[in-house]
Design a protein around this ligand. Structure first.
Ligand SMILES: [Zn+2]
Length: 287
């Protein structure tokens, strides 16, 4: 060891704020990978069957029940797991075409079923919900925005967080979502922006909670902006556990690795503790 160099390690909590699991993927092995490198907590987000998302209440309930069962299996490994359930926009928005006028009804069936599990204490928020992140007609864009606003109103009434999956390219996205939250009477921090860019200063995030995609390029921007954040940030991989696209996303060990790199880059332990423990407790409730 070179004299004068202090080797730092992080033995505190490490939470990945957006993680999917698939029984036909690596499933528990992926969770074990996370655990082995120091991961302590996962936010397990429901992943729909994109090829045929449910169109009945029973279908929604069964699909969610399986995600809840997976969470329980992951807890048995020794990880803390929070569960987020909801109609994924990439699955749902196509139902405007396939279901026509029944699309809204199916959306609410899906939301109400998710809410039922939240009330039972088996889920901790609704998501990922949002707007199509690909070009759509004006009509579908309007219908998506209406549903999103009404979902925010429901979240305000229920005092629950929403994990949002929204378009990524525009600088206006955060500001528009903040306005919608205000209109809905929902505290802005209850909107967790999944797949967020690493810029976390408040002038950019408008007080939403950024769940930053922990790519290798995220360190510099996080280090440049964390001091101006409104109330912190979380880190995520958006791990997909998709056997057909194994390298398409960040792997399960990424958040622990990035956490140590942030520490080595000079990020205070206090900030990391806030990121992995205090902020998740504040947004989702304590486990
Ligand atoms: Zn996702």
């Amino acid at each position: 060891m070179i004299q004068g160099v202090i080797l730092v390690d992080w033995n505190g909590p490490i939470l990945d704020d957006h993680f999917h699991l698939n029984r036909n993927g690596r499933f528990l092995d992926a969770a074990r990978d996370f655990l082995r490198v120091g991961g302590t907590d996962l936010v397990l987000v429901h992943c729909p069957d994109f090829a045929s998302p449910p169109v009945t209440r029973k279908g929604h309930a069964e699909a969610y029940a399986d995600t809840i069962a997976m969470a329980e299996q992951v807890r048995e490994l020794g990880l803390g797991v929070r569960v987020i359930l909801g109609p994924h926009p990439a699955a749902f928005a196509h139902q405007f075409e396939s279901l026509g006028d029944r699309a809204e009804e199916n959306y609410w069936d899906s939301i109400e079923t998710a809410l039922h599990y939240v009330h039972e204490g088996l889920a901790h928020g609704i998501g990922e919900v949002g707007r199509p992140h690909w070009p759509v007609s004006d009509e579908i864009w309007q219908r998506s925005n209406t549903l999103l606003l009404e979902t925010m109103q429901l979240a305000a009434k229920e005092d629950i967080p929403l994990q949002l999956h929204v378009e990524g390219e525009s600088d206006e996205t955060y500001g528009e979502l903040a306005q919608m939250a205000d209109k809905a009477g929902l505290a802005r921090e209850k909107l967790v922006r999944h797949y967020a860019p690493p810029r976390v200063d408040e002038s950019y995030t408008h007080g939403l909670t950024p769940s930053v995609l922990a790519g290798s390029g995220s360190i510099e921007e996080l280090m440049n902006t964390f001091e101006s954040a409104s109330h912190g940030f979380m880190l995520e991989t958006d791990y997909m556990d998709d056997p057909r696209r194994p390298g398409a996303v960040l792997g399960p060990k990424t958040v622990p690795k990035r956490t140590r790199q942030l520490l080595a880059a000079g990020l205070d332990e206090e900030i990391l503790y806030h990121c992995h423990k205090d902020l998740p407790d504040r947004i989702y409730g304590c486990l």
